[in-house]
Design a protein around this ligand. Sequence first.
Ligand SMILES: [Zn+2]
Length: 260
Amino acid sequence: MPELPDIELYRRQLDEHARGRTLQSVAIRDARVVQQSADELAKHLRGRRIEGGRRHGKNLFVLLNDGHALLMHFGMTGTLGYAGEDTPLEDDDAVVFDLDDGQRMTYRSRRKLGKVLWVAEPDDYLAAQHIGPDALELREREIVQRLGDGGGLKAALMDQGRLAGLGNVYTDEALFQAGLHPRRMLRSLDDEYRLALAKTIRQVLEVAIEHDGDRRRLPPDWLTPHRRKGAKCPRCGTPLETGQVGGRTTFWCPREQPSP
Ligand SMILES: [Zn+2]
């Protein structure tokens, strides 16, 4: 599932491939991911120039030269890619944008849980959706404040209303690196632990971005490359544990992340 580091990669690729290009047409091939009609979307997009991308948590805004934007949310499996206009389309290509240089920008979604939506103003959209600040836009103390005091760690870190950007995988990674069991309650952490966790969250996201969000290339002593049944902790060799926490499949090291 695309999380903040993946969205940052999409933002950079958008700037590289599509900035300054004009949208010539848009084709909706799967209406389930688009919240507006084809006519409405085309009316807002056709002839607009792409000024660049803006990341906010798991959301990517394609900024348009008329001051409005196109929101993309990638659900569980979405991607954004670029190809020449002669490249054959694939079944999962849900929305296809033709650019004025002959390139095609394709929003692909296998499980149809993503979202493509024209918005008048990104900040208004984020406020209406109750999406909190982008995790990397905050200092450590601000992250602690946003997380607050309520609930279990796993659910709190994934709560986009508190902090936007962490999903299942990087939440587990941050808790692993901070040595905190995902079932611990936030209120059980003292101030020192909270600050350390906030620092770890920032580091995990920054290092993941340095690796272009490619989970296979992440440092081998991270949890993420070992997320599978029967794997051992890359740091201490203890068999990893897995279970449902906060409604999601979670991995942790029972030795370094002691049970609460
Ligand atoms: Zn371990």
